[in-house]
Ligand binder design. Structure first.
Ligand code: UT7
Length: 323
């Protein structure tokens, strides 16, 4: 017998305002054609003025609770993966706790940029497997529109805002790959790549800053490291590529998603793609894609799902689970 962290519910929230690529043509030397062909992005959502990360996260959390048929009081812990919290402190997670009326348990943020959801899910898994928590809400939520340099065409056309939430709960399994729940985790980071993707400001430097990225270099690392970490996680779980029902990758660029799937030997028919509608929503992209994938009837109970992500740090990783 072994304890597994099993999926109990999922939900997401996207801000109302949808911005098509063409809107950037008015202010930048860019085109819908360039953005589509280089990234696969067609549109993204931007939060309204005054709409913050914890608001998006709370709406996603409420959708996940509804999907699971649970109340906020049924949760032991709540983790928010974000690089764009409302305030320096308290954590976005405690603000979400208050918004959804969860007065017990504990809540905290995880910061691993675009790999944040994978890191947070791995943390929830460790707490469940160790017996520290029985039911954990894991949220990825971002308002990257707040850290864009709107004069930098190489970055500002790529990102969007949104939130996704997944509830995992303790469940007894046999300890084999046939169990439902999280089957394996693989995490990495290497701080020597800081300058490839970062925000040139922060609390300790007394500014908010803007996102800066060496896109071509990040791209090169992404395909290689995502394929490596997904393969490592599949090996740890004892799952072959034939047994994978769905890859749910971080949604940064369709060319990275294609390249990684090819390296994994998986056809695109088994990859959930939302980058065209959401852009890159950093830590929110995987839970958003999981939620959309389930809502579209793709991800079903018993399916093997591989998630993988990479972002600033560089930090990257993968989680294999049976839904
Ligand atoms: O979530 C964290 C992980 N982040 C990522 O995974 C992002 C990784 N990188 C990428 O997705 C791609 O590298 C980009 C989409 C950012 C760029 O695609 P690329 O094929 O690597 O293009 P590039 O950076 O090599 O730029 C090609 C050309 C350049 O012009 P020159 O130097 O060839 O004259 C750019 O100045 O495209 C130009 N360019 C643009 N043109 C029109 C850059 N941005 C734009 C733009 N519109 N928005």
């Amino acid at each position: 017998m072994s304890i597994r962290a099993k999926v109990a519910g999922i939900g997401h929230y996207l801000p109302q305002r949808v911005v098509p690529n063409a809107e950037f043509e008015k202010t930048l030397d860019t085109s819908d054609e360039w953005i589509r062909s280089r990234s696969g992005i067609e549109r993204r959502h931007f939060a309204a003025e005054g709409e913050t990360t914890s608001m998006l996260a709370a709406s996603a959390a409420e959708a996940a609770l509804k999907d699971a048929g649970l109340d906020a009081s049924d949760l032991d812990a709540l983790i928010v993966a974000t690089s764009t919290p409302d305030l320096t402190f308290p954590s976005a997670a405690t603000m979400v706790q208050a918004r959804i009326g969860m007065t017990g348990g504990f809540a905290f943020d995880v910061q691993a940029v675009c790999a944040g959801f994978v890191y947070a899910l791995s943390t929830a898994n460790a707490m469940i497997v160790s017996g520290q928590a029985k039911r954990v809400m894991v949220i990825g939520a971002e308002t990257f529109s707040r850290i864009m340099d709107w004069t930098d065409r190489s970055t500002c056309v790529l990102f969007g805002d949104g939130a996704g939430a997944l509830i995992v709960e303790a469940s007894e399994g046999a300890g084999t790959a046939a169990d439902r729940g999280i089957l394996s985790v693989d995490l990495h980071s290497d701080g020597q790549f800081r300058d490839l993707l970062y925000v040139d400001g922060g609390v300790s430097t007394q500014s908010t800053g803007h996102l800066r990225m060496e896109g071509k270099e990040v791209f090169r690392h992404a395909v290689e490291k995502l394929a490596q970490t997904a393969t490592a996680a599949m090996d740890k779980a004892g799952i072959s590529s034939e047994e994978v029902d769905w890859v749910v990758p971080h949604q940064a660029n369709i060319r990275i998603i294609n390249g990684t799937a090819r390296k994994l030997g998986l056809p695109m028919e088994r990859v959930v793609v939302t980058v065209q509608d959401h852009g890159n929503t950093s830590a929110a992209s995987i839970p958003l894609a999981l939620s959309v994938g389930k809502a579209e009837g793709k991800i079903k109970q018993g399916d093997v799902v591989v998630t993988e992500a990479i972002g600033g740090g560089l930090a990257w990783g993968a989680v294999v689970l049976r839904w």
